[in-house]
Ligand binder design. Sequence first.
Ligand code: NAD
Ligand code: ZN
Length: 342
Amino acid sequence: MNTVRVPASRSYEVKIGSGLLQSLGAEAARITKGRVLVVTDENVAPLYLAAAYRSLHEAGLGVCTISLPAGEATKSPEYYLKLLNLLAEKQFTRSDLLVALGGGVIGDLTGFVAATYLRGVPLIQVPTTLLSMVDSSVGGKTAIDLPTGKNLVGAFYQPSLVLCDIDSLNTLPEEVFSDGCAEVIKTAILFDRELFAHLQERGKDFDREYVISACVRHKRDVVCADEFDRGERQKLNLGHTIAHGIEKESGYLISHGRAVAAGTAMMARAYCKEKAAVVALLQQFNLPVTTEFSAPTLAIAALADKKRSGDTVTLVVPHAIGDCRLEKVPVSDLEAVIQRGY
Ligand SMILES: NC(=O)c1ccc[n+]([C@@H]2O[C@H](COP(=O)([O-])OP(=O)(O)OC[C@H]3O[C@@H](n4cnc5c(N)ncnc54)[C@H](O)[C@@H]3O)[C@@H](O)[C@H]2O)c1
Ligand SMILES: [Zn+2]
């Protein structure tokens, strides 16, 4: 097992290893002597909820559980209110605990509930997708969606603990695992030649504990330098300006991870002296490296995005593996930049 300490506004540990779900009860009992609400989704519940329940129960804690429909549509005001009402009806107090058992959808929703119910109750994240282990469970961004757009309502709220049980990845559908791989490859391009080389050598059969730990450490470093997303943290958006355009133009039929892969490949072609290696690695993971949508279409979609400020957009420019910089590009040049990426 690896432990990564995250010294953010609340300091906490991320534990990464095999069989960690069994230790949930003992870990939770260090945070609360009261009750626990486990929030999960309908795909994860039949796989892992019984083990989570057993571990918490054996640690002497009172356990409530709720299983919500799987999918992005659950990150909604409706389910947010449903959870708040459940906590209020059950008279949960600030010394009780929430556990988010699932992917980024459950993590973001439960995190926002934890941030706001009684102005904050403790939270343990138990991410069960690769994306949620390497990205969404660490760093304290929580959110729900509105009909007008994703993640429009949320809070920065750090968990008290993150438990990444790598065994839970064994049941992930192939496409969901691949989506997470796109964010792993993104992290390697941003910060870590050694990680990049490991992925080249091992492909999808990578050492999960090593790779997830490396990604969590990099995310920790960025988050601690810029917890509230005013600058450095934007680096995590490598490939994401183009990706958001691709997702939107596809009517969200193309997943986030596949869109990020295409966006990252296009930024590499536009700027990176190691573009061939980047494109080859994404292809090795069966991820897309281009898109059917045109540069003008993607530029318009990107400019409608919230990341625009005045006459410039900030792009994460990958000059080389491990050398990526935030650069402001005039709005009028964006289409030409994207065009260089095909
Ligand atoms: N907070 C952040 O910093 C941050 C960062 C990146 C993404 N996100 C958010 O994360 C969400 C995406 O997360 P995701 O990709 O984990 O999606 P998800 O939570 O929808 O999970 C993907 C699918 O996998 C299923 N699943 C989860 N774990 C499983 C397991 N172990 N075995 C079998 N099936 C399993 C889920 O039921 C779901 O159908 C988006 O809403 C995105 O906005 C947040
Ligand atoms: Zn992403």
